[in-house]
Write a protein that binds this ligand. Structure first.
Ligand SMILES: NC(=O)C1=CN([C@@H]2O[C@H](COP(=O)(O)OP(=O)(O)OC[C@H]3O[C@@H](n4cnc5c(N)ncnc54)[C@H](OP(=O)(O)O)[C@@H]3O)[C@@H](O)[C@H]2O)C=CC1
Ligand SMILES: C[C@H](O)[C@@H]1OC(=O)[C@H](O)[C@@H]1O
Length: 253
C-alpha cells in the first residue's frame, strides 16, 4: 500500500474530486481528515466510506476563505489522527459569469476561496510538517485553466494560475524541510462545479470532442496522480505540475 499509515488531509472533500481523492487515499492505506464547507451529508458519506475501508477519518467544517479555518483544520486533524504527512488543497468554486458585468462580490469570493484559502491552508499544513521535522507532501488542485482561458472564467482562471505558482514557490521555500509541493491540473471533470455549464449539450459535445481519450473526466481519475505525488514513489518530485485532462490541452488539431 503506497500510503500505509500516512495521515492525509484534503480540503473540500464533501463532494467531487476532493471526496474521491480522500477515499482513494484511504484505499491506499491512509487515515484521512477532510475539510468541507456546507455539505454535512456529503462529508458524512466520505467519512463512512473511509471507515468502511478500515481507516480512521474525521470531518471538520470550515470556510476556507477564513484564515482561522486553516489553523482549526490542521489542529483538529492532528488532535484526531496524530500528524500531517500529506496535504491536498482542493476546495474551490467556479461560478461561471461573463467578464464585462462580473459582480465584485463574485470576483472577490472566488479569489478568497480558491487563492487566499489555498495560501492559508498550505501555510498551516507546512508549519505542522516543519514542526514534525520529517518532511511531507503538499498537492494543490490547480487546473488546465492555469494554462488556458475561459470566457466565463475570468475570475477563476487567475486563481488556478495562482495556485500553480504557489506550489512552485513553496517547493523552493519548503525544500530545505523535505516538504515536496506539486500541482495537479485536471481538465474537465464531471462534478457539481460544472453541472449547469455542461447541461448545455452543444458545449458538452464540443468539450468531449477536444479530448483525445474520448471522454470527460471522472473524480476518480485524480486518485492515481494524487496518490503518486503523495507517496515515496515521487520522493524526488517537487515544483512539478501534471495535467490530468485526457490530452485536451495538447489537442490543437
Ligand atoms: N471539475 C473540474 O472540471 C475541475 C475542477 N478543478 C478544481 O478541483 C477542485 C474541486 O472541484 P470539484 O470537485 O469539481 O468541485 P465540487 O463542486 O464537486 O466540490 C467542491 C468541494 O469544495 C468544497 N468547498 C467549496 N467552497 C468551499 C469553502 N469556502 N470552504 C470549504 N470547502 C469548500 C465543497 O464543499 P461544500 O459543498 O461542503 O461547501 C466541495 O466539497 C476545485 O479547486 C476546482 O477548481 C480543476 C480543474 C477541473
Ligand atoms: C468548472 C470547469 O468546468 C472546469 O474547471 C476547470 O478548472 C476546468 O478548466 C474546467 O473548465
Amino acid at each position: 500500500m503506497l500510503l500505509e499509515n500516512k495521515v492525509v488531509l484534503v480540503t473540500g472533500a464533501s463532494a467531487g474530486i476532493g471526496r474521491a481523492v480522500a477515499i482513494g487515499c484511504a484505499r491506499h492505506g491512509a487515515d484521512v481528515a477532510i475539510n468541507f464547507g456546507r455539505d454535512t451529508a456529503g462529508a458524512a458519506a466520505a467519512v463512512a466510506a473511509i471507515e468502511a475501508l478500515g481507516r480512521k477519518a474525521v470531518a471538520i467544517q470550515g470556510d476556507v476563505a477564513e484564515p482561522a479555518t486553516a489553523r482549526a483544520f490542521v489542529e483538529g486533524a492532528v488532535a484526531a489522527l496524530g500528524r500531517v504527512d500529506v496535504f491536498v488543497n482542493n476546495a474551490g468554486i467556479c461560478p461561471f459569469h461573463a467578464f464585462l458585468d462580473m459582480p465584485a462580490e463574485t470576483f472577490e469570493r472566488t479569489m478568497r476561496v480558491n487563492m487566499h484559502g489555498a495560501y492559508f491552508m498550505v501555510q498551516a499544513a507546512a508549519n505542522q510538517m516543519v514542526k514534525q521535522g520529517d518532511g511531507g507532501s503538499i498537492i494543490a488542485m490547480s487546473s488546465i485553466s492555469a494554462l488556458v482561458g475561459g470566457e466565463y472564467q475570468t475570475h477563476y482562471t487567475p486563481t488556478k494560475a495562482g495556485v500553480l505558482s504557489l506550489m512552485q514557490s513553496c517547493a523552493i521555500a519548503l525544500g530545505k524541510h523535505g516538504i515536496r509541493c506539486n500541482a495537479l491540473l485536471p481538465g474537465t471533470i464531471l462534478t457539481d462545479i460544472n453541472k449547469d455549464d455542461l447541461a448545455d449539450t452543444g458545449k458538452r459535445t464540443y468539450m468531449e470532442k477536444r479530448i483525445p481519450l474520448g471522454r470527460l473526466g471522472e473524480p476518480d481519475d485524480l486518485v492515481g496522480p494524487t496518490v503518486f505525488l503523495a507517496s515515496d514513489l515521487a520522493r524526488y518530485v517537487t515544483g512539478a505540475s501534471m495535467l490530468v485532462d485526457g490530452g485536451m490541452f495538447v489537442n490543437l488539431q
